[in-house]
Ligand binder design. Structure first.
Ligand code: ATP
Length: 238
C-alpha cells in the first residue's frame, strides 16, 4: 500500500497553546479513514495542519512521500489536497453553478470541468435542480452537498472533510455519507473524515483514529473500533 499522507510526531500550537501532541497517523492511497473525538479534541486542528493553515511546530507532514510541513496552503491545495471545512463556507451570493465553477478555478481543462460538473449533478441531483439558485438560499443539507461538490470540482486526490454531518437531519447525513463512499469507490479519492458522529463515521471508513485532548489514543480497523468497549462507552453511547 502507498501512503498518500503521513503525520510523524506532529505538535501544533495556537500561539503558546499546544493543540496537538505527537500525532502519528497515515492514510493509504484509496482509503477512507476517520478521526473521531469529542468537541475540542483537536480534530479540526489536525486537518488544518495537513493543509498548512496551522503549521506544525514539530514533526513532519508527508504527502506522497514528500515533506509539505512548511508549505503554504495554496501550494498544498495545488498538489491535490482539498478541504471541506466545518460549517461548509460556500459562497452565499453566488449561484450553485458559480460555486461549482469556483471549485475548478485552478483547472483549465474545459471538457474535464464540464464532465465533473455533470458528475456532481449526478451525485447530487438536488443541486442540478437548484443550479441557478444562490447558495445562501439552500438548506443546510444542500449547502453541505454543495461544499462537497465544489471540493470535488478541484479533482482532489485527498479530500479532507470536517464534520459533514454537523447540524443535519439523520436522513440527509445518510445520503451524504453514501455519496462519500461512492466518490471513494468510483474515483479512488482518498478521504480523511473528521467526525463527532462516530457511529456513522466508523461504518463508512476503513480505519479509524480516536483523539482525546490533542492526542491519538487509539487506532484500529473500524470493525475493531466499533466492538471496542472503551469506544462503545465514550463515543457510541452504548
Ligand atoms: P470541534 O469538534 O469543536 O471542532 P475539534 O476536535 O475539531 O473540535 P479543534 O477545533 O481542533 O478541536 O480544537 C483543539 C483545541 O484547540 C481546543 O482546545 C480549541 O479550544 C483550541 N483552538 C482551536 N482553534 C483555536 C484558535 N484559533 N485559537 C486558539 N485556540 C484554538
Amino acid at each position: 500500500m502507498t501512503k498518500i499522507l503521513e503525520l510523524k510526531n506532529v505538535d501544533s500550537f495556537y500561539g503558546n497553546i499546544q493543540a496537538l501532541y505527537d500525532i502519528n497517523l497515515h492514510i493509504d492511497q484509496g482509503e477512507i479513514i476517520t478521526l473521531i473525538g469529542a468537541n475540542g479534541a483537536g480534530k479540526s486542528t489536525t486537518l488544518m495542519t495537513v493543509c498548512g493553515v496551522v503549521q506544525a511546530r514539530n514533526g513532519q507532514v508527508m504527502y506522497d512521500g514528500e515533506e509539505i510541513t512548511k508549505e503554504a496552503p495554496n501550494k498544498i491545495v495545488a498538489q491535490g489536497i482539498c478541504q471541506v471545512p466545518e460549517g461548509r463556507l460556500i459562497f452565499p451570493e453566488l449561484t450553485v453553478q458559480e460555486n461549482l465553477d469556483m471549485g475548478a478555478f485552478m483547472r483549465n481543462d474545459k471538457e474535464g470541468i464540464k464532465r465533473d460538473m455533470e458528475y456532481s449533478f449526478d451525485l447530487f441531483p438536488i443541486l442540478a435542480e437548484r443550479r441557478k439558485q444562490q447558495g445562501g438560499t439552500l438548506s443546510g443539507g444542500e449547502q453541505q452537498m454543495l461544499a462537497i461538490a465544489r471540493a470535488l470540482m478541484a479533482k482532489p486526490r485527498l479530500l479532507l472533510l470536517d464534520e459533514p454531518s454537523m447540524g443535519l437531519a439523520p436522513l440527509i447525513v445518510k445520503q451524504i455519507f453514501d455519496i462519500i463512499k461512492k466518490v471513494n469507490a468510483e474515483h479512488n479519492t482518498t478521504i480523511f473524515l473528521v467526525e463527532q458522529n462516530a457511529n456513522l463515521a466508523l461504518k463508512i471508513a476503513h480505519r479509524g483514529y480516536v483523539m482525546e485532548n490533542g492526542r491519538i489514543v487509539l487506532t484500529d480497523t473500524c470493525d475493531k473500533l466499533l466492538a471496542d468497549e472503551q469506544v462503545k462507552k465514550a463515543y457510541l453511547g452504548l
